[in-house]
Design a protein around this ligand. Structure first.
Ligand SMILES: *Cc1c(COP(=O)(O)O)cnc(C)c1O
Length: 418
């Protein structure tokens, strides 16, 4: 029950609830991932002594008087102003995400794509150039080629992992090098030390989309990468029930990104942020199972007579296994494989016969998902384009959820029986 005293308006509008010092999670790699994901970014003492954060639904925040507005403008009183510029639930999630990646600051967007668009729109001007490794999420590439191009930004695409080609594409107008690690669906891992060394030699910035790895399996900022991006829709949210994205890095580099986000308005509703905060509580536990399931299923598929090839960075047969072992703590839940001597229809039959994974795009949720990239993402593309992006007709991508490992293997076993 609230006492009348706690219900009385106080003179310090917007003052934070009484709290002890927050856990020192910011940039503190000595704390384990689960400790950070459970406690990071949260006040030790919350309103009503609740253990959980409340969902603050406000679109706007009120001031006591004119002087308190001026104090806020002059940065004397940290507080909220208007929902597009930030919210209490957003601050908590951003604190967790920054700490998980050992970054100074993190900015949460309404989706992974909004995060990429927000970052590139902030950092690039007409005449600037960027260089991409080509195994990149196709919408990120599309944004650069179709849209950044309209504003005079030039994009170069070079074969993934080919640092000589990347270096050759760099010139005095180059501003940023961009890659995913691992990539989708080939799971190619990038040598981050080489990536950062190349960027530093040419004084350009670096962006790694680490959605497939998550801060559990890789922390690109610790290699000297400038910006790490996640589609929080995937493993960070983890339950296939929300869209969100984030960019993590130094506060200095991110301040302008935050300002542009306030103009773009690509922010999350407080309810969505609460879902993300709640999903993050079990982040490391879920990742452990995703990693285990990914490894076990990759090993099972590799031995199966109907499987021609398996792409999984945790397999010694993967071309970038050595890099993965050096840079990653685990190899994730995504497994890509080819069905031996199968046309697209016979491959579709395998997808249609699985009983536990659901058929759909996306990855990183507790529910396993399965899809044939040819159908799901490349159906309207020409065969030449599919070949260029390395998408054969007999490819299947499975995003392992957290179901029982043996159940998933048994299910694949029956689906692979002709
Ligand atoms: C899903 C995904 C994105 C886009 O994120 P959304 O949250 O869907 O906007 C970007 N990069 C990678 C690697 C992804 O898997």
């Amino acid at each position: 029950m609230s006492t009348p005293a706690t219900m009385k308006p106080t003179s310090t509008a917007g003052s934070p609830p009484p709290q002890a010092a927050p856990l020192p999670t910011q940039g503190a790699p000595h704390l384990g991932t689960s400790t950070i994901s459970v406690h990071g970014g949260e006040a030790r003492r919350k309103p009503s002594d609740a253990i959980t954060d409340s969902i603050v639904c406000a679109s706007t925040y009120i001031f006591d008087d004119t002087q308190s507005i001026i104090d806020f403008i002059e940065h004397k009183q940290p507080r909220e102003e208007y929902g597009r510029y930030g919210s209490p639930n957003e601050k908590v999630v951003e604190g967790k995400l920054a700490a998980l990646d050992c970054g100074e600051d993190s900015i949460v967007f309404s989706s992974g794509m909004a995060a990429i668009v927000g970052l590139l729109m902030t950092k690039l001007n007409a005449g600037d150039e960027i260089v991409f490794f080509d195994q990149c999420y196709h919408r990120s590439r599309e944004f650069c080629y179709k849209h950044l191009a309209r504003f005079g930004v030039v994009t170069h695409q070079v074969p993934t992992g080919d640092f000589a080609a990347m270096e050759a594409a760099i010139n005095s107008r180059t501003k940023m090098l961009v890659s995913e690690s691992p990539t989708n669906p080939h799971l190619t891992c990038i040598d981050l030390e080489q990536f950062v060394a190349l960027a530093k030699a040419h004084e350009v910035e670096t962006l790694i989309d680490a959605t497939l790895a998550t801060p559990c399996n890789i922390r690109p900022l610790q290699f000297g990468v400038d910006y790490v991006l996640h589609s929080a829709t995937k493993y960070l949210g983890g339950h296939n029930d929300l869209l969100a994205g984030c960019i993590t890095g130094s506060k200095e580099k991110l301040d302008e990104v935050r300002n542009l986000r306030g103009i773009m308005g690509a922010v999350n509703a407080p309810h969505n942020l609460y879902l993300l905060q709640r999903g993050l509580k079990t982040f490391e536990l879920r990742m452990q199972r995703h990693n285990e399931n990914g490894q076990a299923i990759a090993e099972f598929l590799q031995e199966h007579p109907r499987v021609e090839k398996v792409y999984y960075p945790g397999l010694p047969s993967h071309p970038t296994h050595a890099i993965a072992k050096r840079t990653m703590q685990g190899f994730g839940g995504l497994v890509t494989f080819l069905i031996k001597d199968a046309d697209w229809r016979q491959t579709a039959d395998v997808v249609d016969r699985v009983k536990i994974p659901r058929i759909g795009p996306s990855l990183g949720g507790v529910e396993s998902l399965i899809e044939q990239p040819l159908v799901m993402s490349y159906f309207s593309q020409t065969p030449e384009n599919r070949q260029k992006f390395g998408i054969p007709d007999n490819m299947i991508r499975m995003a392992c959820g957290i179901e029982n490992t043996q159940d998933l293997i048994d299910d694949l076993q029956q689906a692979l029986e002709t």
